[in-house]
Design a protein around this ligand. Structure first.
Ligand code: CDP
Ligand code: CDP
Length: 223
């Protein structure tokens, strides 16, 4: 029924994209893809092989070579379970450098488009989904919240010092927003959802009111 429905969710670190994206996908019986996990998985592979995250060509070769599986059981890189490690401090500290590599992005975007073709649409979440990967998505959202609130939510989830987490979030957003290839931005035609002061359920309910009408013939074609 939701054959080729594509919902693109972008936004800064810790805004609630994954939580809300998963819930929206489940409500609509769609598949969900966390593209941040893909860039984190490449970073995990780069660090594991002892490659410098800034070594452009070597990092690109890792991205092109890795076998990457993301499913309900976790994130697997060349058969190794990386589910926990991709969220760790080491990967988080290097992921923006790896994600700024154009060859890495090109490889990941190809894989993301293939995934959507294979799954007949879905909810896809990241930084450049509405601007680069699926500019013709049926619904394009920019989910955000104040840096302080995002840091407080992260600390409630995984612990840490709020000031430190906030500083690290602000720095990662700065790197992601100022890179030359596919920077984090509010894509043309996207709707901003500021979740500061909103619960997860409120955000999900709000997003569900924005869907194109069932059967509308202006739904995008997945290419
Ligand atoms: O979960 P969190 O918001 O902290 O980050 P994430 O969505 O897991 O993304 C991790 C990093 O991957 C980001 O900081 C970006 O550098 C990169 N990323 C990207 O460049 N493009 C995407 N479509 C998704 C993530
Ligand atoms: O994917 P992204 O980095 O944008 O954020 P997330 O991992 O989905 O959410 C970060 C944390 O904020 C999680 O612990 C969510 O449960 C929480 N959250 C919240 O408390 N209220 C919201 N409206 C959205 C997310």
């Amino acid at each position: 029924m939701n054959g080729a429905l594509v919902i693109a969710i972008d936004g800064p670190a810790g805004a609630g994209k994954s939580t809300v994206g998963r819930a929206v996908a489940s409500q609509l019986d769609l598949e969900y893809l966390d593209t941040g996990a893909m860039y984190r998985a490449v970073t995990f592979a780069v660090l594991r092989r002892g490659v410098d995250p800034h070594a452009t060509d070597e990092v690109a070769r890792v991205a092109e070579a890795i076998d990457l599986v993301i499913d309900d059981d976790g994130v697997f890189v060349d058969g190794v379970d990386a589910t926990v490690d991709i969220r760790g401090r080491e990967v988080t500290g290097s992921v923006s450098a790896v994600a700024a590599n154009s060859a890495v992005r090109s490889e990941m975007v190809d894989r993301q488009r293939s995934w959507v073709l294979e799954h007949g649409g879905g909810v896809i979440e990241g930084r450049d989904i509405g601007s680069v990967v699926f500019p013709d998505a049926d619904l394009k959202l920019f989910v955000t919240a104040s840096p302080r609130i995002r840091a407080e939510r992260r600390v409630a989830e995984i612990g840490g010092d709020v000031d430190e987490v906030e500083a690290s979030i602000i720095e990662r957003d700065r790197k992601d927003s100022t890179r030359s290839d596919s920077p984090l931005l509010e894509a043309d035609g996207s709707t901003t959802v500021d979740t500061t002061g909103m619960s997860i359920d409120e955000v999900v309910a709000h997003i569900l009111t924005m869907l194109p009408a069932e059967g509308a013939d202006d739904r995008s074609t997945v290419r």
